[in-house]
Design a protein around this ligand. Structure first.
Ligand code: TRP
Length: 73
């Protein structure tokens, strides 16, 4: 895994209460390992790490990454 994939930060801003940010494990076994709940207006700033290779966002949120900005519903 190259270093840039680890240092990349992304921002998630909840646009409603109860938005879930779910971290999925890196490696052969892809499973949920962490779930964070955000209420409207709360933000989470996170990175991909050696433990986390993917993130699932449930609910209405604004997600900013180095690839751009997208809204989940
Ligand atoms: N302990 C997790 C890790 O180091 C924490 C984490 C980092 C995380 N990025 C995340 C949890 C994104 C949820 C979503 O990988």
């Amino acid at each position: 895994m190259d270093k840039s994939s680890v240092s990349d930060f992304f921002v998630i801003k909840a646009l409603e209460d109860g938005v879930q940010v779910i971290g999925l494990t890196r490696g052969n076994d892809t499973r949920f390992h962490h779930s964070e709940k955000l209420d409207q207006g709360e933000i989470m700033i996170a990175q991909f790490t050696e433990h986390t290779s993917a993130v699932k966002v449930r609910g209405k949120a604004l997600v900013q990454t180095s690839h751009g900005e997208i809204e989940s519903e």
